[in-house]
Design a protein around this ligand. Structure first.
Ligand code: 5GP
Length: 254
């Protein structure tokens, strides 16, 4: 089969040219990295699960009017997305202290925050994705204040909606990272949600036991990584029907 032209390969995904102008194909790999590539590994079936989980969450967000780049899932590991101009920011939302917030400020992991916090990081591997403020973002032209207003409004909405959706299946949304892009239509620009939403870029804890169900299991060598991703998919009701046998892909779906 003729392969599409590869445009970009990241740590967990590959982007191919899409079938029509303005579209791309996003391929989900099993590769896992932590610490900006310092630790590398494979989480078997992760790509298949993240493709499904991200599809599911982006579709639910679309239903409440959040614009996203997701068009449709193509097969086990690929989804069709709209091509956007990526804003070079990682937008992190926190509801409970964990990870770099706990390390940096000494707030014990698991402390419920009095209100959700939004942080910005400049997407730059060579610089280790440094944290930046609105001042840096507007000064260096990565986004203007109107863009940031849209980003904050969308981010808070996404956080509220996903926190509720996940709590309904016994999962606490501790924190997560979003990326946004600019979509141009007839000289009009809109900011839409891009990238993925999956256990790779969210901290998800079992709401009863606080057991980690996300990439921290890989980052911290906690074991049962594949099982944790599968459990998130199972609770969302989207585990591939044949279970683990189905996790190798790619396989066309109708
Ligand atoms: P922290 O700043 O505590 O390391 O991460 C906060 C949240 O953002 C976590 O849910 C983490 O998974 C996500 N996150 C932050 N940076 C990255 C990144 O470069 N890649 C991915 N996949 N997730 C990230």
């Amino acid at each position: 089969m003729a392969r599409r032209r590869q445009l970009y390969e990241g740590k967990a995904k590959i982007l191919f040219e899409g079938p029509e102008p303005g579209t791309l194909v996003q391929y989900f790999k099993d590769d896992a990295t932590a610490g900006n590539g310092a630790k590398k590994g494979i989480i078997t079936g992760k790509g298949v699960l993240n493709n499904r989980i991200s599809e599911y969450l982006m579709m639910r967000l679309h239903e409440i009017g959040v614009p996203t780049h997701f068009v449709r899932r193509l097969n086990m590991r690929e989804q069709l997305i709209r091509e956007v101009e990526i804003i070079p920011l990682e937008v992190v939302v926190r509801n409970v202290a964990a990870g770099s917030l706990s390390t940096r400020l000494g707030i014990p992991e698991g402390t419920r925050l009095p209100r959700s916090i939004i942080e910005y990081y400049y997407k730059n591997d060579a610089l280790n994705d440094p944290m930046v403020s609105e001042e840096h973002i507007t000064c260096f032209g990565w986004a203007n204040t109107a863009d940031l207003d849209d980003i904050v409004a969308l981010t808070l909405r996404i956080n509220d909606f996903l926190s509720g959706l996940l709590l309904g299946v016994g999962i606490t949304l501790v924190d997560f990272k979003l990326e946004f892009g600019r979509l141009w239509e007839n000289d009009e620009m809109r900011i839409i949600l891009a990238d993925e939403i999956s256990p790779d870029n969210c901290r998800l804890w079992d709401s009863k036991t606080n057991e980690k169900m996300d990439k921290d299991r890989f980052r911290k060598d906690l074991g049962k990584v594949e099982e944790a991703y599968q459990e998130v998919a199972r609770r969302l009701g989207i585990l591939p029907e044949a279970g683990a046998r189905d996790l190798k892909g790619p396989e066309m779906v109708q």
